[in-house]
Unconditional design. Structure first.
Length: 136
């Protein structure tokens, strides 16, 4: 079972832990998206190492999170296409809103995370219901 995500929980825990929760979130989201991608038959190059992803985010002072969001947005779109699950946004949409958020005080950043979590929850719901996935 894949646990649904909540934007409010993400925001509150990230603020309360001074950003530490976002690192944990990136690790867990990478792990869960890898699991969904493997079930969908994704090629091995789309499977990311969660530890490497977190370290890259830390050592680039968060700049890699833009690339992370882009890559995993593409992965979610690919999974949706493979399993006939409607995912409207791709990685570029998330990055666009992240960049707009950087110049508008963060409002569009919240929207980028909202879209990302909404699409992830769509995939998680489908996986958990077994409608589009063969569960063993």
């Amino acid at each position: 079972m894949i646990q649904r995500q909540s934007l409010l929980t993400f925001i509150l825990l990230t603020a309360f832990t001074c950003g530490i929760y976002s690192i944990i979130w990136i690790y867990s989201m990478t792990t869960e998206l890898n699991r969904l991608a493997e079930e969908a038959g994704a090629p091995p190059e789309l499977i990311a190492n969660p530890t490497t992803e977190v370290l890259l985010c830390i050592f680039t002072c968060g700049l890699y999170s833009y690339i992370w969001m882009y890559r995993h947005g593409i992965k979610m779109k690919m999974i949706g296409n493979e399993k006939d699950i409607p995912i409207n946004e791709e990685g570029s949409a998330y990055v666009l809103f992240l960049l707009l958020g950087a110049v508008t005080g963060g409002i569009f950043t919240l929207y980028a995370y909202h879209l990302f979590i909404k699409n992830f929850n769509t995939l998680a719901d489908s996986y958990n219901s077994g409608n589009h996935y063969n569960q063993y």
